[in-house]
Design a protein around this ligand. Structure first.
Ligand code: FPP
Ligand code: FPP
Ligand code: MG
Ligand code: MG
Length: 378
């Protein structure tokens, strides 16, 4: 009589045990993770690869080119982290065109390591372009420290630092060309144009342009967000995704980059303490007008005259900071950064659904990054 009716361990009931383990997987994927730790092994591989990619037979050039790829001075590696996490996040089955009756297969099932190696190549080229732009930037800004050490220009002089930047760009181009994907090559080449455009817009702006929020956002896209957004798009293109997914990848990178830069502009005024005026004020000292001052100007139009006079006179800096303190400039810049961070997180939300735990974890990490960007204090 009892057969089949014995009391059972409720956890072993096969009817729900699969479901329970699926829920456990989901919960694990929802746990906040250190976004960097998910791809840390692969980041080390990329670091080794980068060191091998920048060798030169000319000793002076070899020293200069590898300077920022040495262990300990590799920087935050924000871009390769984002690009590897995105490669994971997009690792979903791509629907076959309807004419093909075969069940859809994941691209990685066809060539698992080959696709990944190609995506890693985007991460490597992106980091080389980034470092090249920093080498040139320190020449233009007369920067004497970078990543906590002497800048390259201060060690080897401007001429060799510029050449080392050019050398890195050419190595990045060779790496990208090896992918034999014209669309990806064009995207990343256009990023180089954008970096130069953004830097030149910043350097040569007329008073009217310096006071325009539109000009500032355009310059910020070129200088900061174009590299990460287009590399994100390249990751999606290599995986063979639809135009919609390519666009979501692009939107994630663009909005993350913009949020990052807006917070950078806030931190330049606020530093690590929340109070005004304790930041490094490096932008305004260099005559660079950023979002907090632009918002303050909307509230206090008289600030425009100060901005137009320039900031060679320290009294003008004090006056601008004064207006900024009375205004909602910092608060509104933070709100704008939060808006872009939210748009970035939403782009990840809109990706095609996936039950794969690694995919879900990586998406969660990408969303966590948007939060880290807007809550950082240094
Ligand atoms: C140095 O980059 C700073 C810049 C090139 C200014 C703009 C860059 C950002 C605001 C980062 C945006 C990028 C993402 C992915 C959100 P860095 O601070 O990354 O320098 P590092 O490589 O030395 O850490
Ligand atoms: C950091 O800005 C620099 C950039 C975001 C890009 C600079 C671009 C160029 C110099 C154009 C040349 C481009 C290539 C590809 C060689 P920052 O000075 O605001 O930040 P920092 O505080 O890190 O110096
Ligand atoms: Mg600089
Ligand atoms: Mg600069």
């Amino acid at each position: 009589i009892l057969n089949g009716n014995e009391p059972q361990d409720p956890f072993s009931i096969s009817l729900v045990s699969d479901e329970l383990s699926a829920i456990a997987d989901q919960l694990r994927a929802m746990e906040p993770q250190d976004p960097f730790s998910l791809v840390s092994d692969e980041l080390s591989l990329i670091a080794d690869k980068l060191r091998a990619m920048v060798v030169s037979k000319v000793p002076e050039l070899a020293f200069a080119a590898e300077y920022f790829f040495k262990t300990g001075v590799e920087g935050k590696r924000f871009r390769p982290t984002v690009l590897l996490l995105l490669s994971n996040a997009l690792n979903v089955s791509i629907p076959e065109p309807p004419t093909q009756p075969k069940p859809p297969m994941r691209l990685e099932d066809y060539f698992p390591t080959e696709l990944r190696a190609r995506q890693q190549c985007i991460a490597e080229a992106t980091e080389m372009i980034h470092v090249a732009s920093l080498l040139h930037d320190d020449v233009l800004d007369d920067g004497d420290t970078r990543r906590g050490v002497d800048s390259l220009n201060s060690v080897v002089g401007n001429k060799l630092a510029v050449l080392a930047g050019d050398f890195l760009l050419s190595r990045a181009c060779v790496a990208l060309a090896s992918l034999r994907n014209t669309e990806v090559f064009t995207l990343l080449s256009t990023v180089l144009e954008h970096l130069v455009t953004g830097e030149t817009m910043q350097m040569t702006s007329a008073a009217d342009q310096r006071c325009s929020m539109e000009y500032y956002m355009e310059k910020t896209y070129y200088k900061t967000a174009s590299l990460i957004s287009n590399s994100c798009k390249a990751i999606a293109i290599l995986a063979g995704h639809t135009k919609e997914v390519e666009m979501l990848a692009f939107d994630y990178g663009k909005n993350l980059g913009l949020a990052f830069q807006l917070m950078d502009d806030v931190l330049d005024f606020t530093g690590t303490s929340a109070s005004l005026g304790k930041g490094s004020l490096s932008d305004i000292r260099h005559g660079i007008i950023t979002a907090p001052i632009l918002f303050a100007m909307e509230e206090f139009p008289q600030l425009r005259a100060v901005v137009e006079q320039g900031f060679d006179n320290p009294e003008n800096i004090e006056m601008a900071i004064d207006y900024l303190g009375k205004s909602k400039g910092i608060q509104r810049t933070r709100e704008l950064a939060r808006k872009h961070a939210r748009l970035a997180a939403e782009a990840i939300e809109c990706l095609p659904e996936s039950d794969d735990e690694n995919v879900r974890r990586s998406r969660r990490a990408l969303q966590d990054l948007t939060h880290i960007v807007i809550t950082r204090t240094k």
